[in-house]
Design a binder for this molecule. Sequence first.
Ligand SMILES: CC(=O)SCCNC(=O)CCNC(=O)[C@H](O)C(C)(C)COP(=O)(O)OP(=O)(O)OC[C@H]1O[C@@H](n2cnc3c(N)ncnc32)[C@H](O)[C@@H]1OP(=O)(O)O
Ligand SMILES: O=CC(=O)O
Ligand SMILES: [Mg+2]
Length: 729
Amino acid sequence: MNMPQTKNNSVIHPGFCHFINEEVLPLHAIEPTKFWRDLEQLVADLSPINRQLLATRDALQQQIDQWHLARKGQAMDIKAYEAFLRDIGYLVEEGEDFTITTANVDAEIAHLAGPQLVVPVKNARFALNAANARWGSLYDAFYGTDVISKTGELATSVLVEGNRAYNPARGDAVIAKAKEFLDEVFPLESGSHKDVTSYVVYYHHLLAFFKDSHQAGLKQPSQLVAVNGQRSEPEAVLLRNNGLHVEIQFDRNGKNGSKDLANINDILIESALSTIIDCEDSVAAVDAEDKIEVYRNWLGLMQGTLEASFDKDGQQQTRRMNPDRLFTDLDNQEYRLHGRSLLLVRNVGHLMECDLMQDELGNFVPEGIMDAVVTVLIGALDLQRNRGIRNSRTGSIYVVKPKMHGPEEVAFSCELFARVEQMLNLPENTIKIGIMDEERRTTLNLKECIRQAKSRVFFINTGFLDRTGDEIHTSMQAGPFLPKDQIKNQPWIQAYENRNVDIGLQCGLPGKAQIGKGMWAMPDEMAAMMTAKIAHPKAGANTAWVPSPTAATLHALHYHQVDVFEVQQRIKSRPQASLTDLLTIPTIPDNLTLSSQVIEREIENNVQGLLGYVVRWVEAGVGCSKVPDINNVGLMEDRATLRISSQHLANWLLHGMCSKEQIDEVMQRMARVVDEQNKATEGYRPMSQHAKSLAFKAAQDLIFKGVIQANGYTEPLLHAYRVKAKAAN
Ligand SMILES: CC(=O)SCCNC(=O)CCNC(=O)[C@H](O)C(C)(C)COP(=O)(O)OP(=O)(O)OC[C@H]1O[C@@H](n2cnc3c(N)ncnc32)[C@H](O)[C@@H]1OP(=O)(O)O
Ligand SMILES: O=CC(=O)O
Ligand SMILES: [Mg+2]
């Protein structure tokens, strides 16, 4: 193999070297020797800064721990606490107002509001599904979820059509609900879409005909934007509201169309406007082999060549990225819609190192630096194309950067991105940064964080899951925290969510960058999501995370109901959410005593979720799982939710809310529950019967060594145990 000639004797992992030299660099006009030398220089220059930033985190944490320990048993004095945080540089002075200058941002980010899907990059089948989730069937989303009740009459009377069961009563309810959506968002001048017998396009108008042969146009005729097929008998009409498209598809012979009064076969919803291809918390990538898999899938997505073949419902399928979608506008010109979600890539944070490369002293290099170089090197391939499967049409590469602590860490990411641009000869500010507001030091200093990235920030987002984990870890010594569910209802979280929007508006994000909200972590609870998640656009967020394409289609409906840009205008001059609320630590107040049952139940719930997630991570390398909680509700678990449960247990143990023996007993019991839940999984290694189960040991360490984990992160232990499990396998 052609090993790179490095100046300072760095060691490059051979598989990684081969991947870059043989699969990536030939697609670029970059000479390998130059690439490796530049990379080595970049690593040499930036690794020490990276390490210094981590040391600062530890030093601040130590001072915060000491402050709380010195005041044990005393009432919290918020003013003194704030002064202390300023004194140690945890809270920095806010500078003058400014407006971000980010340019060349795609419309999905700058001008549209809609769902953001997240997907683990290692799962090609899911990643392709996510890329294609720009368009989703409303009929499937209603039929397949509890948005239409799955109990009672509508769940019965199933027919078998081909090899699929079909429930006509449910089908009718789906169609009725879909047409209610049309009536709400695309109302007719008179009558209901439910009673329409046919639609035609006449000049610039959609005309709906009824049984009694009266006809009606749209109340807002300009909502009709394009058509497919003949205007007198369209195959599809394309409507638009709040910038989002909805396609009514007709087929008189179709599965649904043949039974529908107006031959509507389906209604397609513009769904996931953007998708985060995740290299971070939803993937288990612990060594060069895993990292190459991550990078190779990203390469396939950026080249438009990724494929996944699999068996579904007894049929072999090959999934690829969808092409753009073409219609004819009302002036008979081509109307082109992007066929895929705009893809963003989430790099890892600054914490971990990886074996892709070692410097001349034998140190592994910071993984975040490698992610920046490689994902951008690959992302830049997209910018070379001006036709076919493209991602950004404005020349940007969107990197989501998680887990940054405060302005100096954001500045470091920006410096890293600037260096990568120079190395790859990309125009300045090609690389955009999504700032995850998910660590306490970033929340408290958000304005200054944005200032550091003001020419490249394309989103701020409240990652409330990591943020909750960091809330617990930062104030670990302050006292025992409230049960998880109650932490969510305390003043700090509302202040965090509101302040993120307030500061985003103040810094001029609208029209240039997104203000985003976090994940819906109950993937099967779509009825509940439909009730709860409209709060995100109502709060002035252009986007919010969803766990699946179906959730994207459903959450998209909220952005038809709420005009986010109008909300942003309305709230932009409200008073900023309070810093005092933000600093109020959600520990158990002195006047509240939790019963032993509440304590036991909380421990059981945390332990069950933790074990259910960790066993799949360590043994099978699955980074994101749906794990039932103790009420049997499937929860999306990733490293951020694990950070919460492990830190919560560590905190309760530290403050004597429970004993080690109690946690041990619950762990044994819950291991049996999790083993039972997984018994049908091929190759599953039960935790309860193997004293040496690596997954079980990892779970124990995550709890019992939780207090000493850097910022409460789970990746150091997860990685260590997964490496062992891979070796054992
Ligand atoms: C705090 C944070 O950082 S949150 C960000 C990290 N979290 C995520 O990325 C969540 C991503 N979501 C997921 O991985 C999954 O939805 C899970 C693990 C939560 C649930 O997965 P499962 O139970 O296996 O999914 P389920 O069986 O309900 O659905 C499977 C189908 O949905 C699709 N699907 C589910 N989630 C996704 C997704 N995020 N993107 C694309 N497709 C998806 C699958 O492709 C599959 O369809 P297919 O058979 O046609 O391929
Ligand atoms: O990354 C998202 C979070 O909530 O954490
Ligand atoms: Mg996170």
